[in-house]
Ligand binder design. Structure first.
Ligand SMILES: [Ca+2]
Length: 383
């Protein structure tokens, strides 16, 4: 197998890093007011914006100390890598752009295109044997693995061109700030997340004997065919071909095994289980908008609220017991109702977005040559 490894300058539309930020759409940062020129009259005093961010030098020194201790790495080694790292405006700007806020009717065509379906079928045919092995070991269907690679990197065609250390360094120490008080906690949390990922890329380098200064990835630091963040690489990537290395950049056996392992270990993927089916809402049902996508309701509980599978579930459509949750999509014909099962939830562990999970599932079904069932909608014409 000779996969192409064109690492183009395009940014992946949906890196794995969006696991934690898919629903976050911070506006561009507002510039801090400059100190007024001395000839200007002093402006009316306004309270300074509350900032919990440390000066970068202090934060960096603390980072070096804690990372060195945590992973038993010489502080000088960490310092020398960070000394070469750059804070890049292009990364700050990419993170500041509105993310996955599009309605389903606009999001879907980005990923469910004939070109991407054809690409997935060709990829599946080319790597059928290796994919079948990963599927047999884990129960994660080959077409789901392929669809993930299709959505994340267009089947390896676009794995990101940013130096991973620069991406993580930028977001760890210059995470875009809106200066909006209600967003400070979230921005602090995001910055802490990337600071941890930066620490973990040092650990990843030590454990795998990588020169981390040469690693390339998305603007958020996600790497390889499946766009794994450093923490996911360390926790879920596995050696698929038994050569003693875990290589998510150039070894497809490792990539397939790792994506499938992530689904099982992180997502709780159930072999043969359902992903999602269309639901119908009875006329007298009240609105129901559960928090999150965990399948925590029995079908009886959902039916009691007025939401049932549009078609009866059969023995072929997954084993008992079945738990699900309800979610909606803004489809081209109106609001659609769907039941999400454990395996739908599992896809959202890769990227916490119902749109992402639906796109992966629909692409997988298309690659496998199956038709998606039509969703019932709120459209009064009954379409
Ligand atoms: Ca390997």
């Amino acid at each position: 197998m000779t996969p192409t490894h064109a690492r183009r300058a395009l940014i992946c539309a949906l890196p794995l890093a969006l696991v934690a930020c898919a629903t976050q759409t911070p506006p561009p940062p507002t510039p801090q007011p400059e100190t007024p020129a001395v000839t200007e009259p002093a402006p009316a005093p306004t309270p300074p914006p509350v900032s919990t961010a440390q000066p970068i030098e202090d934060a960096r020194a603390e980072f070096v100390r804690t990372t060195a201790a945590r992973y038993d790495i010489e502080p000088e080694t960490i310092e020398s890598v960070l000394a070469q790292a750059e804070i890049r405006d292009s990364i700050v700007n990419a993170m500041s752009r509105p993310a996955e806020a599009k309605p389903w009717s606009e999001y879907r065509p980005i990923f469910i295109s004939q070109a991407r379906i054809d690409g997935g079928r060709a990829f599946l045919a080319e790597h059928r044997e290796a994919l079948a092995k990963a599927e047999a070991n884990t129960g994660v269907p080959a077409e789901i693995i392929v669809a993930i690679l299709g959505v994340e990197t267009s089947y390896g065609g676009n794995m990101g061109s940013y130096p991973v250390v620069d991406a993580l360094y930028t977001l760890a120490f210059a995470y875009p700030r809106t200066n909006e008080p209600e967003k400070i906690a979230r921005e602090n949390q995001r910055e802490a997340f990337f600071r941890d990922e930066l620490a973990q890329v040092f650990a990843l380098g030590k454990e795998n004997d990588f020169d981390i200064t040469t690693l390339k990835g998305s603007y958020a630091g996600a790497m390889g065919w499946g766009q794994f963040m450093p923490s996911s690489y360390r926790d879920y990537a596995v050696d698929g071909d038994g050569d003693g290395k875990v290589d998510l950049f150039d070894n497809l056996d490792d990539v397939f095994a790792s994506v499938a392992n992530y689904f099982v270990k992180k997502g709780g993927w159930q072999r043969g289980g359902l992903v999602t089916v269309p639901a119908v809402r009875t006329d007298d049902a009240a609105d129901f908008d559960p928090d999150g996508l965990e399948p925590r309701y029995t079908l009886e509980q959902l039916a009691a609220r007025g939401y049932r599978p549009a078609a009866p579930l059969t023995a072929e459509t997954g084993s008992e017991p079945r738990q699900a949750t309800l979610f909606t999509l803004d489809g081209v014909n109106g609001k659609e109702y769907w039941l999400g099962f454990q395996n739908f939830y599992a896809i959202t562990r890769y990227n916490n977005s119902r749109h992402y999970a639906m796109a992966v599932y629909e692409l997988a079904e298309a690659i496998a040559g199956r038709e998606m069932p039509l969703a019932a909608t709120d459209d009064p014409s009954g379409a």
